[in-house]
Design a protein around this ligand. Structure first.
Ligand code: SF4
Length: 307
């Protein structure tokens, strides 16, 4: 049986289990990721996660109550020769138009020795993908980030930048009017690996020389270790992100914050002994610890990009 709208090979009776679709639909619903009439551009690297994302979105387009249009965008970053033909065929079967953009990102990264290659790569790829989405008339960009990515990004930020944050399931970009959506954030990575292997989806191995040698790869090992010791670790982490106990978070202090400016003014105008006590009170009154979105992890980039 073919699809109800669009693709010819998203078969309702053959799909790999059903429970993961329920989770994706829940994430989409919880964060209102897709509205009627949306045009979604899926960023597809060719890896297992984004390929699975494309399949799942095509399935939702064809068989769920969601009404949206779907396009796929792939980037050739110039790391080496890549065969896109299997993905062309995959998209044809799904009934999803595929757009491949060739950009010399690898060359730019090689020329910027000393910079964090993944951070630079992430910024460049995001810019190219967003421009491609705008040129297609899309209003949403779907990314294949899953629950393991959420946790790894949190750990990267905590360990390397000293901040408790990760990316959000849905982020509106004021500079482009696009909304980034991550429908897979409730799914562990192993579900996507199983789906891709079980259905025989095409997968492009990332030819980038930095692949497998990043800080993110180190965090992946940490997550794997924690989950092997504590089997419910991933689920508890997800639950923790949605149940931040604001009462027990510390008062916030950031360079350049209102609290810091108040502290500086107080220090300048008051005799030394009183200043410190007054400053502490000011931080308590004006600090932004009560902003749940910040506590739960505002966007603003991870410590390192993903591939
Ligand atoms: S490993 Fe991934 S994010 Fe890092 S430079 Fe290579 S392609 Fe870019």
């Amino acid at each position: 049986m073919g699809s109800r709208r669009g693709g010819q090979n998203v078969n309702k009776t053959e799909h790999y289990g059903k429970w993961f679709l329920t989770r994706v639909k829940k994430a989409v619903g919880d964060y209102r990721m897709i509205e009627p009439g949306d045009r979604v551009a899926a960023g597809v690297s060719g890896g297992k996660d984004s390929t699975a994302l494309l399949y799942i979105l095509a399935y939702l387009r064809d068989y769920s109550h969601l009404r949206f249009e779907l396009e796929a965008v792939m980037l050739d970053l110039g790391w080496g020769e890549v065969d896109f033909e299997p993905h062309r065929e995959f998209c044809r079967r799904l009934g999803v138009p595929l757009h491949i953009h060739v950009r010399p990102v690898a060359g730019i990264i090689r020329d910027k020795e000393g910079m964090n290659p993944c951070k630079l790569c992430g910024k460049l790829r995001a810019g190219i993908l967003n421009q491609a989405a705008l040129s297609l008339g899309a209003n949403r960009v779907a990314l294949g980030h899953h629950l393991d990515d959420v946790i790894e990004t949190y750990l990267l930020n905590l360990i390397f930048t000293g901040q408790m944050k990760t990316f959000r399931p849905s982020t509106y970009l004021t500079n482009t009017g696009l909304t980034l959506i991550r429908p897979l954030v409730y799914l562990p990575e192993r579900v996507l690996s199983g789906l891709t292997a079980g259905k025989g989806f095409p997968v492009i191995e990332n030819p980038c020389p930095y692949n497998g040698r990043t800080k993110r790869d180190e965090m992946k090992a940490v997550v794997t270790e924690l989950a092997s010791r504590y089997p419910k670790f991933r689920e508890r982490f997800l639950s923790g992100l949605q149940n931040v106990d604001l009462e027990n978070l510390w008062e916030q202090r950031r360079p350049g914050s209102v609290a810091d400016a108040e502290e500086l003014r107080t220090r300048r105008s008051a005799p030394e002994p009183e200043a410190s006590g007054g400053a502490r009170r000011e931080r308590g009154q004006h600090g932004d610890a009560q902003d749940p979105r910040r506590a739960a992890g505002e966007p603003g980039g991870s410590a390192e990009g993903t591939s």
